[in-house]
Design a protein around this ligand. Structure first.
Ligand SMILES: Nc1ncnc2c1ncn2[C@@H]1O[C@H](COP(=O)(O)OP(=O)(O)OP(=O)(O)O)[C@@H](O)[C@H]1O
Ligand SMILES: [Mg+2]
Length: 451
C-alpha cells in the first residue's frame, strides 16, 4: 500500500482537511451487490470509489470501474455480487495523510494515479486511521487555485520589489547627483572667484580712466571757449601732464589683460555648464547616435573633481564610429567605472588608462587602473546589487549593478579582469549596430549618476 510521504516538518495544513468528504466507510464483509447500491446514495455521488475499512484501518477501495467490469460480464452480478467486496477491491489504494501539504499530495497522487481515472484517495490521520475520502479532481482544482493565488502574490511581491528598487536607485541617484553637483560647484567657484576679482579691479581702473577722461574733456572745453583763460589752460595742462602718459598706457594694458582673463574664466564656466548639461542630458534618456569618445571626454570633465591632482589620466582613444545609445546612461556607466578606479588607486602614483577601440561588430571603452585589485571571492559578487567593500555610508554597492543593467539593455556587455595588487580593467562593449531596446533602456534604472 503506497502512502504519501510524510514531510519531515509537517505543519497542519488545512489543504487536505478542507478537501475531506465525511463518507461512512464500507466494511470488509459488505457484499458486492450492496456496495454497488451504496453508489446510488447522494453521499457517494461524487466518488469514484468506496473506502473499505476494518477496525478503522483502510484495507482498500472498491471502484465504480471494478463494479462495471463485474456487471458487464455475463452473469457477473449473479456470480460475484454475493461475494464480499474484498474479492474485487483494490488493495493498493491512494492514501493521503491529513497533514500532507497540498503540493506533496498532488505529486504523490499524480505519480500513482492510473488511466482511465478510476480512483479517488483515502484520507487518514497520523496513526493511519480512516478519516474520510478526497476527490482527485478537487485536489487538482485546489492546487490550481493555490498556484493562481501564488502567482497573484508573486506579482504583488515583484511590483513591491520593483518599487523599492526604483526608490533605492532614485535615492542613490540623488546622493550621487548631490556629490557631483558639489564637485561641479567647486569647479565653477575658482573661475567665478577670479572673474569677480577682475571685475572689481576693472571698476577701479574704470574710475581712474573716467577721471582722466574728465580732465581731457575739461581741457577740450577750455580750448574751444571763446575767451581763452591762459591761466586755467596752463593749470589744466599741468594736471594732465601730472598723470604720465606711461601710467595711462599701463592702465589700458592692464584693462585689456583683465578683459582677456575674465573672458577666459567665463568660458571655463560656460564649458563646465555645457558639459554638465551634456553629461546628464536628463532631457534625453532616449537613444541617439554618439561617439563614445565624446562620452569619455564629458565624463572625465565631470569626474575632474574626484581625480584632480591625484590620479594621472592616460587617454588612448581610437577613431570610433558612432553608436546608437542613450548617452546619459553610458555616461553614468563611465563615471561609475572612473570613480571606482579613482577610489581604488593609491594616494600617490595612481594611474587610470581610458582606452577606446572598435572592430567590425563592437565599440569598446575600457577603464584600467593600477589600484588595489579585486579579491577573487569578491569578483563574482561585484555586479550584485548592494555589494560593496566600502565603509558604511560611502558606497551603496549599486554602481556596478546598474552599470551592468545599462550595458545589457543596450545589447552590450560589461566585463572585468582584475589582479590583486596589480589593478583592474573594466570593459564596456556596445554593438556597432544597435541592439538597444529603447523600452528597456528607458526603464533601466536611470539613477546612479556617480559611482
Ligand atoms: N576598479 C576597482 N578596483 C577595485 N575594486 C573595485 C573596482 N571597481 C569596483 N570594485 C569593487 O566592487 C564593489 C562594487 O562596486 P560598485 O560600483 O557596484 O559599488 P561601490 O563603488 O562600492 O558603491 P557606489 O558605486 O554605490 O558608490 C566595490 O565596493 C569594490 O569593492
Ligand atoms: Mg561605484
Amino acid at each position: 500500500m503506497a502512502t504519501a510521504p510524510t514531510p519531515t516538518e509537517a505543519p497542519i495544513a488545512p489543504d487536505i482537511a478542507a478537501l475531506r468528504l465525511d463518507v461512512a466507510p464500507t466494511l470488509a464483509g459488505t457484499r458486492v451487490n450492496d456496495a454497488a447500491d451504496l453508489f446510488l446514495l447522494p453521499a457517494y455521488a461524487k466518488l469514484l470509489c468506496l473506502p473499505v475499512v476494518a477496525d478503522g484501518r483502510v484495507l482498500g477501495t472498491l471502484s465504480r470501474h471494478a463494479l462495471n467490469n463485474v456487471f458487464l460480464r455475463r452473469f457477473g452480478r449473479e456470480l460475484i455480487g454475493g461475494k464480499p467486496v474484498t474479492a474485487i477491491f483494490n488493495d493498493r489504494p491512494l492514501i493521503v495523510r491529513i497533514d500532507t501539504p497540498l503540493e506533496v499530495a498532488v505529486a504523490y497522487v499524480s505519480q500513482h494515479i492510473g488511466t482511465p481515472l478510476t480512483e479517488d484517495f483515502v484520507i487518514v490521520d497520523q496513526n493511519d486511521r480512516y478519516l474520510g475520502m478526497g476527490v482527485v479532481l478537487d485536489l487538482l482544482a485546489a492546487l490550481r487555485a493555490r498556484v493562481e493565488q501564488g502567482a497573484v502574490k508573486l506579482a504583488g511581491a515583484y511590483g513591491q520589489l520593483k518599487r523599492s528598487q526604483s526608490a533605492l536607485v532614485q535615492s542613490e541617484k540623488m546622493a550621487s547627483l548631490g556629490q557631483m553637483v558639489a564637485g561641479v560647484a567647486h569647479e565653477i567657484n575658482t573661475p567665478l572667484g577670479y572673474v569677480r576679482n577682475n571685475v572689481e579691479m576693472m571698476r577701479g581702473l574704470f574710475d581712474e580712466l573716467r577721471h582722466s577722461l574728465q580732465e581731457y574733456q575739461a581741457l577740450g572745453r577750455l580750448l574751444v571757449s571763446e575767451t581763452v583763460d591762459e591761466a586755467a589752460l596752463g593749470a589744466q595742462l599741468a594736471r594732465i601732464e601730472g598723470a604720465s602718459a606711461e601710467d595711462e598706457a599701463a592702465l589700458l594694458d592692464d584693462a585689456a589683460a583683465m578683459f582677456d582673463d575674465t573672458l577666459f574664466g567665463v568660458d571655463q564656466i560656460r564649458d563646465l555648464v555645457v558639459n554638465l548639461r551634456n553629461f546628464s542630458r536628463l532631457d534625453q534618456a532616449r537613444v541617439t547616435e554618439v561617439s563614445l569618445n565624446d562620452c569619455v571626454e564629458q565624463t572625465l570633465m565631470i569626474a575632474n573633481n574626484v581625480l584632480k591632482n591625484r590620479v594621472e589620466i592616460v587617454r588612448r582613444l581610437a577613431d570610433l564610429p558612432t553608436v546608437e545609445c542613450s548617452p546619459s546612461q553610458i555616461n553614468q556607466v563611465l563615471l561609475n567605472l572612473i570613480t571606482n578606479a579613482a577610489q581604488a588607486v593609491a594616494e600617490q602614483g595612481g594611474k587610470i588608462l581610458v582606452k577606446s577601440e572598435a572592430d567590425n561588430d563592437w565599440v569598446r571603452v575600457s577603464v584600467q587602473d593600477n589600484g588595489a585589485g579585486i579579491a577573487p571571492e569578491h569578483l563574482k559578487k561585484i555586479f550584485d546589487p548592494f555589494f560593496t567593500t566600502k565603509p558604511v555610508g560611502q558606497g551603496t554597492g549599486l554602481g556596478l549593478s546598474i552599470s551592468y543593467q545599462i550595458a545589457e539593455a543596450h545589447g552590450g556587455r560589461l566585463d572585468v579582469v582584475s589582479r590583486l595588487g596589480i589593478g583592474t580593467r573594466f570593459m564596456l562593449s556596445l554593438p556597432r549596430r544597435s541592439r538597444a531596446q529603447p523600452e528597456v533602456v528607458a526603464h533601466a534604472p536611470q539613477g546612479a549618476v556617480a559611482a
